[in-house]
Design a protein around this ligand. Sequence first.
Ligand code: SF4
Ligand code: FE
Length: 484
Amino acid sequence: MALKTGREYQQSIEKLALEAHVMGRTETQLGDHGLVQPSRAAVAVTYDGAHAEDAATRALFRVHSPLCKEEVNRFTHLHRSTDDLVKKVTMQRYCGHTTGCCFQRCVGMDAANAVYSTTFDCDAACGTDYHARFNAYWTMIQKDDLVVDGAMTDPKGDRGKRPKDQKDPDLFLRVVDRKPEGVVVCGAKLHQTGMLNAHEVLVMPTMGMREGEADWAICFAVPTNTPGIRYIYGRQTSDTRKLETPSLDMGNPRYGGQEVMTVFDHVFVPHERIFLNGELPYSGRLVERFAAYHRQSYGGCKVGVGDVLIGATALIARMNGVAQASHIKDKLVEMIHLNETLFACGIACSAMGHATAAGNFEIDMLLANVCKLNVTRFPYELARLATDIAGGLLGTMPSAHDLEDPVTGPYIKKYLAAAEGADPVDRIKVLRLIENLVAGSGAVAYLIESMHGAGPPMAQRIMIGRQGGLEEKMARVRTLLKIP
Ligand code: SF4
Ligand code: FE
């Protein structure tokens, strides 16, 4: 049953009866929980896009899959062309500016494309049969239109030590037992985006493994309600505002992100769900490919959220009565310039993509890394400019409770009035949205994740250094100057 609606998605995830530890309590009704519900609503947008009223939007989300031979949601697609890669980024921008937050579903799509090509390469070199297994698994994902969490980031313990040299070897997720029907794993994955909104988790190694580290070179998938998996909900800045009534202080009244510490305590994985098991060189290749796809993703999603921040900033300038000031106009132009530069990078690495040996399409690695390195900087500058234009009220506004209070409410409305025609409560709404993105719960994805998601800036610098073609550039100069 391909192409679920958002509502059907929500029903399907409820059926998994996931349980999580949220702020000291064990929660079972996650769909109704104030901290979780906005994040589920954001994922639902990735489903509703496939049923959008306008045909152009539907065309972004719907694509024919040669794998399952049906029309599928692009979030489950294995890219077949550079046009697919471009559409992926465009779809992510759409989801970003519709939700104004992280909509969580990209990680599984990026993991799948990396696992698809890496299992093909591994089988060709090692005689394994992971690719066929993965194809069977992913056919099911496409047909059922599921959310898959791609899980890569291990806790890593002492950063100066290899996995096998850690005092606690579980600090990198590993195989602890091998049985005739499969393996047993222990470890954890941190910062898992949308984990409790996913039907399945696709686990990958966190880095390239070396000799003696075969137990850590493991890639597999299990349903999220598999026994032995424990979820500990991550806090976001000002997150308890999501639990407040009235909801005005939330900033983003409808949507939000989700990050979860996920513990694997002796989780059994059957053979047919294992896609890498000790083939050391392919662990590094998988990490590099996943990272590059996810670095491309940020050229779409962060740009969409940037659209929301720019729109809110322009609106507050108008409400403040300063929209015509030349320095405000110039700062807004700067914000647009930065945001569109990120989009240009996302589109460029897509348009310059190429086919892998497995047949799916991969982005241009150098340009994807340039894209993400810009993402580690530009949203911060956009946030700085938004804060500048919004004014100090951004950090000092009275609460929604005081706005409702018959004594204080009239004062707040009287003294927060600005440009004629701008309702003071609407002005507060816009300021709260900006606050959400630059300093509130939305800043987790828009700023902190822009820095560290898909690897910190140094990881991109290493890749850029490797792929920047310095030798070739020097050779060109030698030719130009006739230097032997
Ligand atoms: Fe998708 Fe962006 Fe969220 Fe990553 S941060 S899951 S790319 S929306
Ligand atoms: Fe991410």
